[in-house]
Design a protein around this ligand. Structure first.
Ligand code: MLC
Ligand code: AMP
Length: 505
C-alpha cells in the first residue's frame, strides 16, 4: 500500500456514490464527493507550500469541509493537528508555535484575533468557516478533484493531538498511521460495524473520540454518519429513527435520560450505544437499560493510546467497568512505586501496551520517558483493578485531572494563571461533582496578608486567556489551604468539603 491510512479508510471508497455524510438540513454527501473535495484541499495545501511531514493546525467548526481537511492531510502525508474551537488566542498560540505548524486554518470571525499568532510563529493564516466558505476553500475549488496520494509508511506520523499535563504545559501526542489504523480495524470488528451502519455523530472532531473512534470506524466499515455540528438534544431525538448507532460522552446519555421524549420506541431499532471519555455512572447505565432495554457499551481510552479496553459486544456489558483489553492490547495493573504487576483484585496504576500506543510527545523526550516505558508500556495515570471476572474498573486517577463533559482540564494550568493575579498568595483548583458535566472546575484561593481579593476582576482576567470550559465556575477564598505533614496540599479534603456545591443544579 502506498499510504496505508489513506488507502484503508478513504481510498477504497473512491468512485462510490453511496452516502457518507447526512447533514441535519437533508444534504447528503457521497463517499466520492467527499474524496473529491479532500483532493482539492490536498492540492491547495501543496500550493501553500505544505508538504509531507509538515503540520497543519486547524481551529474550525465541525462540518463536512473540516472533516475533508483531515482526509486531505492523510492523502498528502501532512500531520493533522485539530484544536478545540473553545481555545483562546493565547492557547492556540502555544500549539502553533510548539508544533511548528506551517498553516493555521481558522474561522473568519477569529482571523483578526489569530493573525498575530501566525505572524509570530511564521505560519500562514487561512480561513474556513462552518458553512464551507473561506479563503482556503475559495482557492481550493480551482484545483483538480483527484490528487496523487503521497506515499507514507505505517510508522509515519498522521496526527498530533495536544494533551495537557500536570506541569501545566500541553504535550503533543504523536500518533502514527499504524496507531489509528489498528484501532479502527479492531473497534469496527469488535463492535460489528458494517456498511449498513448509520452513526449519530454529535461529538466534536478535534478529539480522539469524535475523530478517530467514531469517524475512522465508520470509514473503515464503509457506513454513514448523521453529521451534526454539535450535541443538540432536539436534533439527536429527531434523527435517531434514521440511525443504528451512537457514540457519546456520559453527558449525552444523562441529557437523553432527562428528556421524556427519549423513549424505548425511539431507541428500539438502534443497534449500539457506546460511551467513553469519562466515567459513566452505574446508575446511568441502569436507568438507560430500564428506559430503552439497551445496555450502553462502555469503553476506555485516551489521546495517547486511542482505545484500550471495551465491554463485550456479545456477553455481559458490566456497569461501572470498562471491560476487557482489546485484541492486540495488553493491560496491566502495577504498583506505582516499583512498577511491579499486582495480583488480580488489587488497585494500582493502569499500564497499556499495543499497536495503539503513540510514539511519544513531540520534542519532549523527558516527558515521553517518564510515561512511556522502554518495553512499550504506557503509564496512563489512571488507577484501576480487575474484578473477579477480569473486567477492568477505573477507580480513580493518579494524575491531577478534571474531566468536565468529556473535556480534560489540568488544574495546574489554571493555578499558574491564578497565582499571577494581584493579591493571590496561592491557589488550588479542584473538580467537584456536577450533574450535567460529571465534574466541574472550582478554584480555592488564599489571599496575601491584608489583601481583599477582587474575585470578579480575577475571574475576568483569567477568563481572557482560558477556554470557557476550563474557567472556574466558583472562586472560594480560604485563610489557608489544607496540607499534610509533608506540606502537600490536600486536594482530596477540598474535594470532599465542596462535593455538594453543584448538587441539584
Ligand atoms: C461546554 N461548556 C462546558 C463544556 N462544554 N463547560 C464545561 N465542560 C464542558 N465539557 C460550557 C460552554 O463554555 C458554555 O459556557 C456552556 O457550557 C454552553 O456551551 P455549549 O457549547 O452550548 O455546550 P454544550 O453544547 O451543552 O456542550 C456540552 C457537551 C460538549 C458535553 C455536549 O462539551 C461535548 O460535546 N463534549 C464532548 C467532549 C469530547 O468529545 N471528549 C472526548 C475527548 S477524547 P457559557 O459560560 O459560555 O454559557 C478522550 C479519549 C476517549 O477523552 O477515551 O474518548
Ligand atoms: P484524554 O486525555 O482526553 O484522552 O482523556 C483520557 C482520560 O479520560 C483517561 O486517562 C481516563 O482518565 C478518562 N477516560 C476515558 N474513558 C473513560 C471511561 N470509560 N471511564 C473513566 N474514565 C475514562
Amino acid at each position: 500500500m502506498t499510504n496505508p491510512l489513506y488507502d484503508t479508510l478513504f481510498g477504497k471508497h473512491q468512485g462510490k456514490t453511496t452516502p457518507f455524510l447526512r447533514l441535519v438540513d437533508g444534504t447528503v454527501i457521497t463517499h466520492d464527493g467527499f474524496l473529491q473535495t479532500a483532493a482539492q484541499y490536498a492540492h491547495q495545501f501543496s500550493a501553500l507550500g505544505v508538504s509531507a511531514g509538515d503540520r497543519i493546525a486547524v481551529q474550525i467548526a465541525k462540518s463536512p469541509e473540516s472533516l475533508a481537511v483531515y482526509c486531505a492531510c492523510v492523502q498528502a502525508g501532512i500531520i493533522f493537528l485539530p484544536l478545540n474551537t473553545a481555545y483562546t488566542a493565547d492557547e492556540v498560540s502555544y500549539f502553533v508555535e510548539n508544533s511548528g505548524a506551517r498553516v493555521l486554518l481558522c474561522d473568519e470571525s477569529r482571523a483578526t484575533d489569530l493573525a498575530p499568532v501566525t505572524e509570530r510563529a511564521g505560519a500562514l493564516l487561512e480561513t474556513l468557516n462552518g458553512d464551507g466558505s473561506g479563503s482556503f476553500t475559495a482557492k481550493a475549488v480551482a484545483h483538480p478533484v483527484t490528487f496523487d496520494t503521497v506515499t507514507r509508511d505505517a510508522d509515519d506520523l498522521a496526527a498530533f493531538l495536544y494533551t495537557s499535563g500536570t506541569t501545566g504545559r500541553s504535550k503533543g501526542a504523536m500518533l502514527t498511521q499504524a496507531n489509528l489504523l489498528s484501532n479502527a480495524k479492531t473497534l469496527a470488528e469488535e463492535w460489528r460495524f458494517t456498511d449498513q451502519d448509520v452513526l449519530l455523530h454529535a461529538l466534536p472532531i478535534f478529539h480522539t473520540h469524535g475523530l478517530f473512534v467514531a469517524t475512522n470506524i465508520t470509514l473503515f466499515a464503509g457506513g454513514q454518519m448523521i453529521f451534526m455540528p454539535k450535541f443538540d438534544l432536539d436534533q439527536i431525538l429527531d434523527n435517531m429513527p434514521a440511525a443504528t448507532t451512537m457514540m457519546g460522552v456520559p453527558t449525552f446519555y444523562t441529557r437523553l435520560l432527562d428528556d421524556a421524549r427519549f423513549t424505548k420506541d425511539l431507541a428500539q431499532h438502534m443497534r449500539l450505544f457506546v460511551s467513553g471519555s469519562a466515567p459513566l455512572l452505574a446508575e446511568t447505565h441502569v436507568s438507560f437499560e430500564n428506559r430503552t432495554g439497551h445496555r450502553i457499551l462502555e469503553r476506555y481510552g485516551m489521546t495517547e493510546t486511542n482505545m484500550n479496553t471495551s465491554n463485550p459486544y456479545d456477553g455481559e456489558r458490566r456497569a461501572g467497568t470498562v471491560g476487557f483489553a482489546l485484541p492486540g492490547v495488553e493491560v496491566k495493573i502495577t504498583n506505582a512505586e516499583t512498577g511491579e504487576t499486582l495480583p488480580q483484585g488489587e488497585i494500582g496504576q493502569i499500564e497499556v501496551r499495543g499497536p495503539n500506543v503513540f510514539k511519544g510527545y513531540w520534542q519532549m523526550p523527558e516527558k515521553t520517558a517518564e510515561e512511556l516505558r522502554e518495553d512499550g508500556y504506557f503509564i496512563t495515570g489512571d488507577l484501576g483493578q480487575f474484578d473477579e471476572d477480569g473486567y477492568l474498573q477505573i477507580v480513580g486517577r493518579n494524575k491531577d485531572l478534571i474531566i468536565s463533559g468529556g473535556y480534560n482540564i489540568y488544574p495546574k494550568e489554571i493555578e499558574l494563571l491564578l497565582d499571577e493575579e494581584e493579591g493571590v498568595l496561592e491557589s488550588a483548583v479542584i473538580g467537584v461533582p456536577h450533574p450535567d458535566f460529571g465534574e466541574t472546575v472550582v478554584a480555592v484561593l488564599v489571599a496575601q496578608a491584608g489583601v481583599e481579593l477582587d474575585l470578579a476582576a480575577i475571574k475576568d482576567s483569567v477568563g481572557a486567556s482560558l477556554a470557557r470550559f476550563k474557567q472556574p465556575q466558583k472562586l472560594i477564598v480560604l485563610p489557608e489551604l489544607p496540607r499534610n505533614t509533608m506540606g502537600k496540599v490536600q486536594k482530596k479534603t477540598l474535594r470532599e468539603d465542596y462535593a455538594d456545591l453543584f448538587s441539584g443544579k
